[in-house]
Write a protein that binds this ligand. Structure first.
Ligand SMILES: NC(=O)c1ccc[n+]([C@@H]2O[C@H](COP(=O)([O-])OP(=O)(O)OC[C@H]3O[C@@H](n4cnc5c(N)ncnc54)[C@H](O)[C@@H]3O)[C@@H](O)[C@H]2O)c1
Length: 350
């Protein structure tokens, strides 16, 4: 078991990772008032574990599984049920699930009585390496992702790889998208990933890499909690193009689009002479070891239009975080026309 102390400006978090952290640290929450938020899939798989750990009479909100539950409607349902259950200011909200549950439960914890304790127990790979750490909480509105939200740090994160044993392969690939992104930002993670390129889905390997990814994110969040000085936006590598393709095509998981976005953005970085040589080849091969095939996109021009709305842009230009060298990235800004031209040159269809 490993521990990371995240000293953010607003609030400190302790992040515990490794096999056994759930059974060691979760039971203490039954000593106080607590409210669990989970989703229908996770509840079906782990209800006995929840009952064993917290007792049969738990206050719990079970959301329908999937992104469609990340709305103000369900947010207010959670808040109403917390009130009906008599939750007080010193209660703890326990987010037990993937990134959807973590984001909406985090926002509920931030709003209820102006803020109550929050514990994140992430059960997907993506939530363990990314969304449960760093305090971003949100719901979607009118089809716009994460448009209502706030920064609210959990007091504790329990990232236990035991939950990955039931995770479908597609969701493992989704988490690997974010893990490869960390590899492009951190030389140590990159070396581990390339050494284990044929073994990335192995649960023992994942348990080790989860800690390293969280440690990288915690370092970034400590120095730029509110995304203000440019450091935190490096975590968005691959996301501008990935997100645009996700919004237009929307058939794959978020993490797979991050990988596809990284593939296109690496091509752009090579074309512009920013990232070259053996490292660029190795990164491309790492991306392709997870995603295998980059689809051919016939409508790149229309998809690219969605990149205009990316939060990183602060003028007309498209901002991209691109790989530069081992453990180094940089921000570039491209006009829409040039961006589309480069995407088309890259093409996909590999
Ligand atoms: N807050 C942040 O910093 C941040 C960062 C990245 C992504 N996100 C958000 O995270 C969300 C995506 O998270 P996600 O990929 O975890 O999706 P998710 O929460 O929808 O989970 C994916 C699927 O896996 C199922 N599942 C969860 N745990 C399981 C388990 N242990 N075994 C079997 N099935 C399980 C879920 O029911 C769901 O069907 C998006 O809404 C995204 O905006 C937030």
């Amino acid at each position: 078991m490993q521990e990371i102390h995240l000293t953010a400006q607003s609030h400190n978090s302790v992040i515990r990772c490794g096999q056994g952290v759930f059974e060691t640290y979760a039971p203490k929450y039954k000593e106080g008032q607590f409210f669990i938020v989970t989703d229908s899939n996770v509840f079906a798989l782990y209800r006995h574990l929840l009952w064993e750990t917290f007792g049969i009479n738990i206050n719990i909100k079970i959301l329908p599984a999937g992104e469609k539950s990340k709305t103000h409607k369900y947010l207010f349902e959670i808040l109403k049920e917390m009130l009906n259950c008599g939750m007080r200011r010193n209660c703890t909200v326990i987010a037990f699930g993937g990134g959807v549950v973590g984001d909406i439960a985090g926002l509920a914890a931030a709003l209820y009585m102006r803020g109550v304790n929050l514990v994140q127990i992430p059960t997907t790979l993506l939530a363990q390496v990314d969304s449960s750490v760093g305090g971003k909480t949100a719901v979607d509105m009118c089809g716009v992702k994460n448009v209502i939200g706030t920064f609210y740090q959990p007091q504790e994160v329990l990232a236990d790889p035991r939950f990955l044993e039931t995770l479908p392969e597609k969701e493992i690939r989704c988490g690997l998208g974010e893990i490869v992104k960390y590899g492009a930002l951190d030389g140590g993670i990159f070396a581990k990933l390339t050494e284990n390129k044929n073994n990335l889905k192995d649960l023992r390997f994942l348990s080790e890499i989860i800690y390293r990814c969280i440690a990288h994110k915690a370092k970034v969040v400590k120095d730029d909690e509110r995304d203000l000085n440019g450091l935190r936006k490096t975590l968005n590598m691959g996301h501008s193009t990935g997100h645009a393709l996700e919004l237009y095509y929307g058939k794959k998981s978020h993490g797979e689009y991050v990988l596809i976005g990284m593939y296109f953005e690496l091509f752009i970085a090579r074309k512009l002479g920013i990232c070259t040589g053996q490292y660029a080849e190795e990164l491309k091969s790492l991306i392709l070891s997870v995603i295998k095939k980059i689809p051919y996109y016939a409508d790149l021009e229309k998809a690219a239009d969605y990149a205009k709305f990316d939060k990183k842009n602060n003028d007309e230009k498209i901002s991209l975080i691109v790989p530069k060298a081992l453990g180094e990235s940089t921000e570039i800004k491209l006009g829409l026309e040039e961006y589309v031209k480069l995407l088309k040159e890259c093409g996909g269809g590999l």
